[in-house]
Design a protein around this ligand. Structure first.
Ligand code: ADP
Length: 476
């Protein structure tokens, strides 16, 4: 068994009471690592260290350029350790290692570079008033930031949650998801090696309520909470934060719609739509799990989609040839299977897919014939399951897409420029992709409408959240 500890005040340490929990490898379904289980004492120590580093330490007082050097060094070290970072995420949560090595680790490293550049290149406003006054803005770091991360992109989201607050001079306590603790510990160790002062970037492991996550978001010293995870937990954290008027950003669930118009280029739309539901075995908040296809091309689209879905390879995520790894946990596997069972109950038909029959594996699944009110069409499944339905007019397509409790992403495929612009404008989602899916511009706003979240992250949206903008009014 491998072992992951907390990183608190510059030290890699176990819990005071020695308690641990296990991380289970979803491919073997065997525990592979023992992880320090953080409680109130560890959260207290981490927040205290972060608070000291903020109020007395050098980090918030450095220039953005000085912080940039350290964050760049961290990014370099992450690339040097890319194999180990990738291995830990794959062992923890079953993502194919090829995805991590061919993009995600590099993306996580560049989160630090981008955030550092964003802060370093920023400028503040001056407000001309009259001959006697000089008025300008100062963006003060907010303080101790609590970052609560999910397991589906442990390294990508872990780095995204901490990079911007660090670049803006805050100190951070990261609570990684209990399913994926490994990469966060290494990232925080590398930050120390890169020269980040002790207490600036802390990691405490554990669970949610009544454990490290719950204690962290309740802590009175926390000035900002940034969370990515389910809408239910987002709402619970929001309530806790409201009592102390602590600002939150919540990036929550999704039920992305995908509109494929009759004039779409199917050589683009089909493979892109396949990727946009089966990536990471559908365990992505951005997936398009509802596909609406204009009637004249419905049959052809479905036939080509099924063929490409069936060509995907399920298997050991450590094998570079694997497209789909297992579902992360027994609990999540059971949940996905519950939705598979609901499809015939709600009047639908599974054209391909279902349980793979061995372990926590689910084959790429395509369901048709479901009414819009069916559970599989309305609720976030977080598995490789897509519902496909026909539509006739542009208005009907837009209404179907917008008829959701969520509003994180939407996608449309068309070759008509007028339609591309007008439909994109009408879709109620935080990101709309046209003739593509999954392309992220990290300077652009990232977040969702409705149950998909609160606030936006990315680019200057980060600055507005992780700083206290102060107006300084000076009389000459
Ligand atoms: P998922 O549904 O993707 O497993 P969750 O929303 O359950 O995601 O969890 C996301 C993160 O939030 C995890 O790190 C988890 O431990 C943490 N968490 C869960 N409940 C709470 C809570 N009440 N307070 C703080 N953190 C929580």
């Amino acid at each position: 068994m491998e072992r992951f500890d907390h990183v608190i005040d510059g030290q890699v340490r176990p819990s005071a009471d020695g308690r641990t929990f296990e991380s289970v490898n979803p491919h073997t379904r065997e525990p592979w690592a023992e992880v320090a289980l953080g409680g109130r004492a560890e959260v207290e120590a981490a927040v205290e260290a972060a608070s000291r580093a903020f109020h007395q330490g050098s980090w918030p007082r450095m220039t953005t350029g000085e912080r940039r050097q350290i964050l760049y060094r961290l990014a370099d070290l992450m690339l040097e350790h890319r194999q180990e970072l990738a291995r830990r995420d794959t062992m923890d949560m079953g993502k194919p290692i090829s995805r991590l090595l061919n993009g995600e680790v590099a993306g996580a490293a560049s989160n630090f570079r981008l955030a550092a550049d964003e802060a370093d290149l920023d400028h503040a406003e001056v407000y001309p008033k009259d001959a006697d006054h000089h008025i300008y803005t100062q963006y003060d770091p907010a303080g101790v930031v609590a970052a609560v991360a999910p397991w589906n992109f442990a390294l990508t989201m872990g780095s995204w949650k901490v990079a911007a607050p660090l670049a803006w001079g805050n100190t951070v306590v990261l609570k990684p998801a209990e399913q994926s603790p490994g990469s966060a510990t290494l990232m925080a160790e590398l930050a120390l090696e890169a020269g980040m002062p002790p207490g600036v970037f802390n990691v405490v492991h554990g669970f949610g309520p009544g454990s490290a996550g719950g204690f962290l978001v309740e802590h009175p010293e926390v000035a900002r909470i940034t969370f990515t995870g389910s809408s239910e937990v987002g709402a619970a954290i929001s309530k806790v934060a409201a009592d102390r008027l602590v600002p939150v950003t919540l990036e929550c669930g999704g039920k992305g719609a995908n509109l494929v118009f009759a004039d779409a280029d199917l050589d683009v739309a089909v493979p892109s739509s396949v990727r946009s539901i089966y990536s990471n075995s559908g365990q992505v908040c951005l997936v398009t799990s509802r596909v609406y296809v204009q009637r004249p091309i419905f049959d052809e689209f479905v036939a080509r989609f099924v063929e490409q879905a069936e060509a995907l390879r399920l298997g050991d995520p450590m094998d570079p040839a694997t497209d789909l790894g297992p579902i992360v946990s027994q609990e999540q596997y059971d949940k996905v299977c519950g939705y598979l069972d609901s499809i015939p109950e709600d009047g639908g038909k599974i054209l391909t897919g279902g349980r793979a029959g061995d372990g926590w594996y689910v084959r790429p699944t395509v369901a048709i014939g479901l009414p819009p009110a069916a559970r599989a069409c309305r609720e976030e499944i977080f598995g490789p399951v897509v519902c496909v339905a026909p539509f006739d007019t542009e208005d009907e397509g837009v209404n179907l897409a917008n008829d959701s409790d969520y509003g994180l992403t939407a996608t449309l495929y068309t070759q008509d420029l007028r339609r591309a612009h007008q439909v994109a404008e009408r879709l109620r989602a935080g990101t709309v992709w046209v003739n593509t899916w999954g392309v992220r511009e990290r300077k652009a706003p990232f977040g969702g409408y409705k149950l998909s979240g609160v606030g936006r992250e990315g680019g200057h949206f980060h600055r507005d959240f992780f700083t206290e903008p102060k107006a300084i009014v000076m009389r000459y």
